[in-house]
Structures are given as C-alpha cells and as structure tokens.
Ligand binder design. Structure first.
Ligand code: GLU
Length: 611
C-alpha cells in the first residue's frame, strides 16, 4: 500500500492535471475536488470520495439529458471536468482552460470573417464552455467566480455555501443549488441552545467557508446568550503540530466541553487525529464540511462518536447508485481518476500499475464491484450536482426555444447569447422537479432552499460499526430528538458545556470576566434575590419566602384569654398588682412609723440620683 501511495503522490501533479472531456454542441465545465489538498504540492495523493462521486454525478446527469428526447432534443451536451485538488489557487489556474476559446462569449461585433461576414461557430466544434458546475469548497467557487464573470460564464455550485457568494454585486454570474451558510450557522446555534449549552469553543478553517460561517455563528450565539470560550482558526497549511496546539487551547477552557466546527473536511479530520493522539474527549458539533462523510472518521470512530453534524438535506438520486455500481476500471475510461478511486476503495492495486516492488500488494480482482457491502454510500450532495446540470439544461432548452428553430442545433443567436443575460433571464428563472421529485429553483440571489438534516455519529447496535443517524432536521426551526442522541462512549446523558453552573436558591452571581462565567454568593437570611446579581433586604416586619425570590409580611399573633400563655402571665401580673397595692395601703396606714418614713427618705435619696 505504501508503494502505491508513493506512486500516487509522485504522479499526483500529473494525474490531477488530467480532465474529463466529452465533446458536445454545448460544453459544460465541471470543477470537483477529486484529490485532497497536498501538503507540499498543490494536490494530495489521496482521491476524495466526495469529489469522485460528484464528478460521476455530473456525467450521470449529462448522460440522462443527452438520452432525453424532450429536454434539449437537438443539442448534445459535452463536458470538460477538472480537478480542483480542493485548493482555490490551483482551481483558478486550472479554470483558465475554461476561458480559452470563450471569446465568442464576448462581443463578437469586433470580429469578422475574410469575406466580411460575421463569424459563427463551427458546426463540429465542441465550442467553448457555456457554463460551469462547481466548485465545492466556497474558497474555490469564490476564486473561480471572479474569473468566470470576466468572461460572462455562468456558474452553478452544488456545494459552496459561504454567505459571501450571495452578494450579487460581486458574484453576478454565480448561482447555487444549496443555501447560504447564514441558515446553517443559525441551525448550529439552535442545536447548542437545545442542549442547554451556554459556553462553547469554536474551530474554523481559514477561507471564506469557515470564516464567514463562524462569523454568523458567533453573532447569533452572542445574541442568544451563548458565550464563546475560545475561537481557533485552522490555517490552510496546518500540520499535526498546529492541530495539537489548537486542541491544547481548547482543553484549557475546561468547562467548554462542546466544540463547534466550521471547517473543511481535512481540518475536521486533523482535529480528530490530534484528539486521538492526545486522548481527549470533547463533544463535536460540526457543519456540512464534515457532514456525513465516512472517510473522514475512518479509524477515528471512537473520538468522533457522539458528534452531531449538519448536512444539507438531500434526496437519494434514483438511478445513481446503479450507475456507480455498474462502473469498473474496464468500462469507465472517460474518468481518468477512476483507477485511483478503485484502488483506494478496495485497497488493492490494478495490474497495469504493478511494478517490481509491488509483489506483496493485493491485485484487484476482476469481480470487484462497488456495493453497500464495501462501504459505498451515495454522497450527500450528489442531488445538488445533478440539479445544477439539469438547471443548465432547462435554461438552455428555454433559450433554444426562444432563439432557434426547433430543428436547429445551436443557432448563431444562441451561441453568441450573452452569459449575463442567460444567467438573469433564463438560469435564475428555471423551476423544475428533479429526478428525486424535489423542487428546484433559485431565489433572487441565486441561492437554493435551506433545509438541513441533523446527524449523530453513533455505534451500530450489536456490531462494532458506526453510522450517522438522522436525529433531527432544520427548516426555519430545529426539530431535534434529544432522546435519540448518543454521546462519547455510548453515553446517553447530555453533557454540560457551561462556564459556571446556575446558582442555588438564595444565591446571586458575581460575574467573572465573560458573561457566562460567575461565582455564586449567598444572600443574608433576611434578604431576597432581587435579580441574578443583587440581594435586597425584605424590610421591617417582612421575611423572604423559601424560594428567596420575594418577601412576605410577618404575621401579628393575638393572644387568647383562655390560652395558658395568657392566663399564667395575667395571673402573675395580677398578683404583682395586688401585692403592690397592699404595700401602698400599708405605707399610707402606717406613714408615721419610723420604718415607713426611713423608707420614704431612702426613696427620695434614690430619686435625687436619677438623671
Ligand atoms: N459547504 C462547504 C463549502 O462551502 C463545502 C462542503 C462540501 O464540499 O460538501 O466550502
């Protein structure tokens, strides 16, 4: 296997530069992350399951449209699909290929043929790229959109969700079959709130996807009283050490057990790897960069267990699985990366790549087929790729109906139709039901509908395997089945992620820095809790209730004459009065005796000293 990886790494540069070319009357460009980003070179050695499936989804959709007698009946769609290697700069370089020959998308009034007639497209030409399906990472789409708009080439992304791409003053040729991340960020805050978490850390990837996404998350979280313990950015060239440093910083915030990830897939994996090495147990809540990818968590199942991830809600594309399962390296010659994908999926080597050092390698058997048994699962954004291709097809169909005669192929008016007008007048106005019967249309910003699935990465019952279980959905608001959630090591107790625990009855908060962090202080016995930060005296004759939230008047108790408490003191005081009266009478009667006059003199003397 190592030899195979080295071989692929060496060939990475050249394999990535290949393309899928299929001639047609109208050619659609495609940009997919077939390879992962490389560390030293632009392209990594590993093929990316997501990218290969999306590329095949485009081919699948084009095949279906070409076979359809009602949609674009006279026009054959062709493709020119390139690998972006999940990197914006590399994708930009490769996209130059799309604009080569695109001059007829510009104003052709500046050109004329030798015989002074206006130029027209050759009937046997594959033509320039009319529109582009892609990219996946927002940073890629953003870069490429800047280039394509200069050449009036409309673009539909099936995966780029960065909010910035909705800005039509900058990306006026860009549309997408997916929604902007504003909604995804709100969905993530909704999840955090529904778990009663008030203190979380965040990790985001450098670039438009992570940075814009986390910005909305932070803003929404603060508005809804969720504090951010630490916010860590993963630089685009992050290595193991960087991930360990980031994890170290997260661990310093001991009470922020929940970590929200707005990262690219490889960054999420880097973090999980570091978490495995450092044996930590944090609780992950992740955006669609992680989504429901099996490859991302391969051999990291234990640290990923319990993760809650968000993925764009999509329907299973009927027919696509059968299409994928029918492909083999022998029959799929149009995809130059399929052999790599095959070898990676089955961990074997195809005989044609075998050389002397590979003797201990397992050779791929001729009987191998993609199936659920070998872990094949339809990628979650396949639907959006197919929808993007169909959106182009429907828009082109309408353009052809308006500009050409029914029997025409691409008539000159259509070939020279301005891409900007096509985008505004045709592409944004398409509305159709896709192969999975979902409605597809764009809003005025060229964005798709915001619906998400909420998944929980759990162990499968009675097996050693894991899977992503759908535990909720988000469409304007969150519906989450909290009882179905499973956390680290299979626990079903919702973990706490709060800087300080709520104060007990009769205690107030003494804020410590962050609004979510405090220590609790007890009010005096006669005080009540006025607000979460203040104790107040109940006042005279009043006492706090047991919940210490307010006070009541102390009751005045009247004594009853027939009670022992009244009879005993009354009897004693009557006795005292009688004795005093007796003494007075005795004194009056015997006032001329020496003992009485001495007592009275003594009384006088005592009064003289009174103040
Ligand atoms: N939504 C991510 C982005 O905009 C891409 C995720 C994917 O490729 O599935 O960068």
């Amino acid at each position: 296997m190592r030899v195979l990886v080295v071989l692929l790494a060496l060939s990475g540069c050249c394999l990535a530069q290949l393309s899928v070319k299929m001639p047609g009357d109208i050619v659609l460009g495609g940009l997919f992350p077939v390879h992962e980003k490389g560390e030293k070179s632009p392209c990594g050695a590993k093929v990316y399951n997501r990218g290969v499936q999306r590329l095949e989804a485009m081919m699948f959709a084009v095949d279906k449209i070409n076979a359809d007698k009602t949609l674009l009946p006279t026009i054959r769609l062709g493709v020119n699909i390139l690998d972006t290697c999940s990197r914006d700069t590399y994708a930009l370089n490769r996209s130059l290929e799309f604009i080569r020959g695109s001059l007829n998308n510009l104003d052709v009034s500046a050109f004329e043929c030798n015989d002074r007639r206006p130029p027209r497209i050759r009937s046997n030409s594959t033509g320039p790229v009319f529109g582009v399906v892609g990219g996946s990472y927002s940073s890629v789409s953003l870069q490429v959109a800047n280039l394509l708009r200069l050449f009036h080439i409309p673009q539909i992304s099936p995966a780029s969700t960065a909010k910035a791409l909705s800005d039509k003053s900058r990306f006026d040729y860009f549309a997408r079959t997916v929604p902007p991340d504003t909604f995804q960020a709100i969905a993530l805050v909704d999840i955090v709130k529904s778990l009663n978490w008030s203190y979380v850390s965040t990790v985001y990837s450098e670039g438009s996807y992570g940075e814009y996404g986390i910005e909305v998350f932070h803003r929404e979280a603060q508005e809804r009283n969720v504090c951010i313990a630490a916010a860590e950015k993963v630089p685009s060239a992050a290595d193991e050490r960087v991930f360990e440093t980031i994890l170290g910083k997260l661990l310093k915030k001991q009470n922020a057990k929940g970590v929200v990830l707005f990262t690219r897939a490889e960054d999420a994996r880097g973090l999980l790897n570091a978490s495995k090495r450092m044996q930590t147990s944090l609780h992950w809540i992740a955006s669609d960069g992680w989504g429901k990818q099996q490859k991302l968590v391969e051999s990291l199942e234990e640290v990923a267990e319990g993760a809650i991830t968000v993925e764009l809600q999509s329907e299973h594309m009927p027919g696509f699985d059968e299409y994928m399962m029918s492909l083999t390296p022998d029959n799929n010659h149009r995809n130059p990366w399929f052999d790599e994908y095959w070898q990676d999926t089955f961990s074997c080597i195809l005989p044609q790549y075998m050389n002397a050092e590979d003797v201990d390698q397992e050779i791929c058997s001729m009987d191998l087929r993609l199936s659920e048994k070998v872990g094949y699962e339809q990628e979650s954004k396949v639907q959006f790729v197919v929808d993007a291709v169909y959106a182009f097809a429907y828009a082109l169909h309408n353009l052809h109906r308006d500009l050409c005669r029914p029997k025409d192929k691409v008539c000159p008016a259509m070939a020279t139709y301005d891409g900007g007008d096509f985008y505004r007048n045709y592409l944004l106005n398409v509305a159709f039901k896709d192969l999975g019967n979902s409605e597809v249309k764009f809003d005025s910003q060229g964005d798709g509908l915001a619906r998400y699935d909420i998944l929980n990465y759990q162990k499968l019952p009675n097996t050693s395997g894991y899977h992503y279980k759908v535990v909720g959905k988000w469409f304007h608001s969150l519906e989450l089945n909290i009882d179905e959630l499973v956390w680290n090591r299979g626990s079903d107790v919702i973990p706490t992620s709060a800087c300080s625990l709520p104060c007990a009855v009769g205690m107030i908060k003494m804020q410590q820095g962050d609004t979510c962090c405090w220590i609790c202080d007890k009010c005096e016995d006669y005080e009540f809790v006025y607000d979460e930060f203040t104790c107040r005296d109940c006042g005279p004759g009043r006492w706090p209730y047991p919940d210490k939230l307010s006070c009541f008047d102390l009751p005045l108790q009247y004594m009853r004459w027939d009670s022992l408490f009244a009879i005993v003191p009354a009897a004693i005081s009557c006795l005292g009065i009688i004795l005093t009266m007796g003494v007075v009478i005795l004194f009056i009667r015997n006032n001329d005796t020496p003992i009485v006059s001495t007592s009275l003199d003594y009384l006088d003397f005592s009064f003289a000293f009174l103040p």
